[in-house]
Design a protein around this ligand. Structure first.
Ligand SMILES: Cc1ncc(COP(=O)(O)O)c(C=O)c1O
Length: 471
């Protein structure tokens, strides 16, 4: 047993070394799929291997294909890296391997989830009587919210979903921005709806729903309705006009869900919470901890002010799970999963580690750095920032003279940046044009990182212009 422990410590030491150096290692992956596969021992072992061999094969096989997304100059997706506290707590979660299904399967997991749920409601200034379920991420939070929204609006329209299911149910219209996040559309589909149920709402250049269009389209349908708005557009970082939307939702008896996967965290900062004005009036919310709270995947939350609706998400219970007791939190009751990872532990340690003020500081630091990044990129003759910097998202369009295929030029530039490995960013498409997209969520990003990033972007643009611009 001792030797197994020593081996474990050795493996952890090796990984700590990797983590310590991650900032100086190339962020991107420079090997092809074929090269990466060649590094892995792929033969299914007939007999078991010892601990060291199995882990060494894993580590050496995976290392070259890892993206250094813990690096403070990683700006892809919306991804915050992790902190030593979060990583250690995540490791403890694996060591303890608790099943956070019901209170009896892990009293500690249940109690910590309960404590963290109340902290999150307080941090996000949402109604303290709300119900909060810990899910794997934004997609599952959106899925769960739309599921309870569906059942609730059907019930309000005289249809008992539990008894009748969806067959023959009243037609539900679901209103969302024509640029809503893809996971909203997937959540709608996975909840038994088709394209005809979706009513796309026109948006302004920043991706916010145009209220008059929403109003008109709500008036066109008499049956049950769900509105999905957004706190933090994944491209521009913009926020919908929540007060006006909630007012319309009230008037039309619609359920109002807000996808705030990363934007909801703006509520923790007095300087940015104005963007979220009226958000607390909605019926449900999505927020991710693996985005701006530096928590390892996968950690998201679904929240609703209608406790009963989430409590009714599931109607059956496994016979071996014991008799429900309302005074005990059964974590699986409010989420699709049954056996579950005890996600409350990492959240507890991380929130303790940062504190309320620390979280607010991270959000603000990233938002101010996004402004610095935008300003520096705007200063070049051939680049322009195409979004307002609402929060932490930056979109940059490059328009050098003599380049005809601009979309292709952006893709080549992003590839060049990734290849150099000093920083990492990808492309996106906004208002029909390809752009460089940067999302700032890493707790360790500094002003110096922004300068280094801008130099790397400039170098890549010039390189593509000189060497790879076949136009
Ligand atoms: C606004 C928004 N909603 C939902 C998601 C999906 O979250 P996840 O990838 O955790 O499922 C994202 C991811 O970036 C997002 O930005």
């Amino acid at each position: 047993m001792i030797s197994e422990q020593d081996k474990l410590i050795e493996i952890i030491r090796g990984e700590i070394e990797y983590l310590e150096n991650v900032d100086s290692l190339p962020i991107g992956v420079n090997k092809s799929k074929e090269e990466l596969i060649r590094l892995i021992d792929k033969k299914l072992p007939e007999n078991g291997e010892d601990f060291t061999t199995a882990l060494e094969k894993l580590s050496s096989g995976a290392r070259s294909g890892l993206i250094g997304n813990r690096n403070p100059r990683y700006f892809g997706y919306v991804l915050a890296g992790t902190t030593p506290t979060a990583m250690a707590a995540d490791w403890l979660t694996s060591v303890w391997n608790q099943n956070a299904q019901v209170f009896n399967s892990s009293p500690a997991a249940s109690i910590f989830e309960e404590i963290v749920a109340s902290w999150l409601l307080e941090l996000l200034s949402l109604p303290n009587y709300s119900s909060l379920g810990f899910v794997t991420g934004g997609q599952m939070a959106n899925f769960t919210a739309i599921n309870i929204a569906r059942n609730t609006v059907l019930e309000k329209n005289g249809w008992d979903f539990d008894k009748n299911g969806m067959q023959g149910a009243p037609f539900i219209s679901i209103y969302c921005a024509d640029v809503c996040h893809g996971t909203i559309l997937s959540a709608i589909r996975m909840n038994g709806f088709g394209e005809k149920n979706i009513v796309p709402i026109s948006t302004d250049p920043e991706g916010r729903m145009i209220i008059s269009d929403l109003e008109d389209k709500l008036s066109n349908h008499k049956g049950p309705k769900i509105i999905c708005s957004q706190a933090g557009n994944v491209n521009t970082g913009s926020f919908d006009f929540f007060e006006a939307i909630s007012e319309l939702a009230n008037k039309h008896k619609a359920w109002h869900h807000i996808d705030g996967a990363f934007g909801l965290w703006a509520r923790t900062s007095s300087n940015f919470s104005e963007l979220t004005k009226g958000i607390d009036k909605a019926d449900s919310w999505t927020v991710d901890a693996h985005k701006w709270l530096s928590i390892p995947f996968d950690s998201g939350m679904v929240i609703t002010r209608h406790k009963d609706s989430l409590a009714n998400l599931k109607k059956s219970r496994c016979a071996y799970s014991g008799i429900p007791d309302d005074s005990m939190r059964d974590g699986s009751q409010w989420v699709p999963e049954n056996s579950r990872r005890a996600r409350g532990f990492v959240l507890y340690a991380t929130i303790r580690n940062f504190g309320r003020k620390g979280i607010s500081k991270i959000i603000e630091n990233n938002c101010y750095l996004a402004r610095q990044l935008a300003e520096l990129l705007n200063s070049f003759r051939d680049t322009k920032i195409v979004n307002e910097i609402h929060l932490n998202q930056v979109l940059c369009r490059i328009e050098p003279k003599n380049v005809k295929e601009l979309d292709e030029f952006h893709r080549k530039t992003a590839q060049r940046i990734q290849k150099e490995g000093i920083c990492w960013l990808g492309t996106s498409v906004w208002n029909g044009e390809t752009v460089l997209r940067m999302s700032l969520t890493n707790v360790y990003t500094s002003s110096e990182d922004i300068t280094i990033t801008v130099n790397s972007i400039r170098k890549a643009i010039d390189y593509v212009l000189e060497n790879d611009n076949n136009q």
